[in-house]
Design a protein. Sequence first.
Length: 331
Amino acid sequence: MKRVVTFGEMLLRLSPPRYEEFFASPTFTSNFGGCEANVAVGLAYLGVPATYVTVLPNTPIGDAALAALRAEGVDTAHIVRAEGRLGVYFVELGTEERATRVVYDRAHSAFAESRQPFVWDDVLSGASWFHGSGITAALGPGPATALKAAADAARAARLPVSIDLNYRPALWQDRVPRNIVEPIVRGIDLLIGNARAVREMLAVDAGDDVTATADGALELARHLAAEFGVSRVALTRREMPSETRHRWSASLYDATTEAFVQSRVYDVHVVDRVGGGDCFAAALIAALLNERPLAQAVEFATAAGALKLSVPGDFSRSTTAQVEQAMSEWK
């Protein structure tokens, strides 16, 4: 059976009760998340076995994170345990009048301090796909080096490689992302991003409205494929009439065939905006692994991402049947 390997940092998420501001309440809801962990969980629920690779601290919190992954059906056999702490992030959900806020407390985590403790040939043995993200590249020399080593090992083993740019300005500060990210994404099979991520991380001239039209999205996708030697480019678009109402869509370009397809626009009442892009990535990987035609693949992925926005927490637990129902019934 086809298996996907994802690599990145797992985080503890703390959120005040719905719509309350930080520390206005004496309580926080705790759960776990993180880009590549979210992708692994999403894949598992879509029927694609997923192996998640990370570094977790040798603490009770690390134990709880490991148990959470196993409870979602994710393979944890290659997770490394080490001294240190688990990164934390705080999420304050927004309302119509107030934006969602995210605050990171992840510096010097066990993952960020890691120095490539992975034997990628062993990790990738028997796998069918490797997935990572620009967040890992932003976390420091150790994670960035490990991500490039993983992508290189996957390419050497002739496995498809996907990278979701996932631009997080708070993680990059005064550094130039392209210097770190370009060597990782060059020659990969699937690049995922939006206009801002492309502009900020790869220094490509892309206005926020470039993907508003099919012609603009196609031109940008062609440019990315040609400049970075990428086989396929998926561009997501999120219009936000309000904090709790988003219009979610995506396009997919195949440089080999020059095919270009777009999804419909999903008008979503947002319960929790975190994890929508990760679910999109998981569903797109699942669709491509299962050899769905490009138009069906991008539609399936976009519907999955939209569906995730309607449920709380980082993880998507939507099954293939639920996503296909959303595709057919969403108004």
